[in-house]
Design a protein around this ligand. Structure first.
Ligand SMILES: [Zn+2]
Length: 149
C-alpha cells in the first residue's frame, strides 16, 4: 500500500510549485500513470483529500489518465503500445518476433496543476520523465502559462 506515500509526494510537489507561483489555491492536479503501475486510483483522491487539509491544495481534484504499456522489439527495435492482457503473447507488428522488453508503462507523471492566483488561473506543466526503479521523480523543469492564450 504505497498510495499514501505517492500521494504525499504529489502533494509536496504541487505545494512547492504553488508557492513558487504564489498560488492561493490548487484547483486540479493531472496525473498520467502507466497501466503497469499498481496504484489504486480511488485511494489517490481519498488520501489527497486527507493529506491536503489546511493547505492551498485542499479540495483539489485529482485527474488521472492511464498510459498504455509500450514495448520495444529486440530484433527490429520497433516500439509499439500493447494491451496489458496480451503482454505475454504479443508479437512485433513489424517483424513478427516475440522478443520484447517494456520501455514504459510504470511511470507516474504529474502532468500539470491548475492554480488559482487571485483573479488569474494558471496552468503549470510538470512533466516528469520516469525510470522503472522509482515510482515518482521530482520535476526537473516546469513552465507556466496563462489559461487565456
Ligand atoms: Zn520487431
Amino acid at each position: 500500500m504505497h498510495e499514501l506515500a505517492v500521494t504525499r509526494d504529489i502533494l509536496n510537489i504541487a505545494l512547492k510549485h504553488a508557492a513558487l507561483s504564489e498560488a492561493q489555491k490548487i484547483i486540479t492536479i493531472s496525473l498520467r500513470i502507466g497501466e503497469l503501475h499498481d496504484i489504486i486510483e480511488e485511494w489517490i483522491q481519498r488520501y489527497f483529500d486527507y493529506t491536503s487539509r489546511n493547505t492551498v491544495a485542499e479540495g483539489a481534484k485529482i485527474k488521472i489518465t492511464r498510459l498504455p504499456v509500450v514495448v520495444k522489439c529486440e530484433d527490429c527495435h520497433a516500439s509499439y503500445p500493447i494491451n496489458i492482457r496480451e503482454i505475454e503473447s504479443s508479437v512485433c507488428p513489424n517483424c513478427g518476433k516475440d522478443r520484447t522488453h517494456i520501455i514504459s508503462g510504470r511511470e507516474l507523471i504529474i502532468e500539470e496543476a491548475e492554480f488559482g492566483t487571485g483573479e488569474d488561473l494558471k496552468i503549470m506543466i510538470l512533466s516528469v520523465p520516469e525510470g522503472d526503479d522509482k515510482i515518482l521523480k521530482y520535476p526537473l523543469m516546469f513552465t507556466v502559462s496563462d489559461l487565456d492564450h
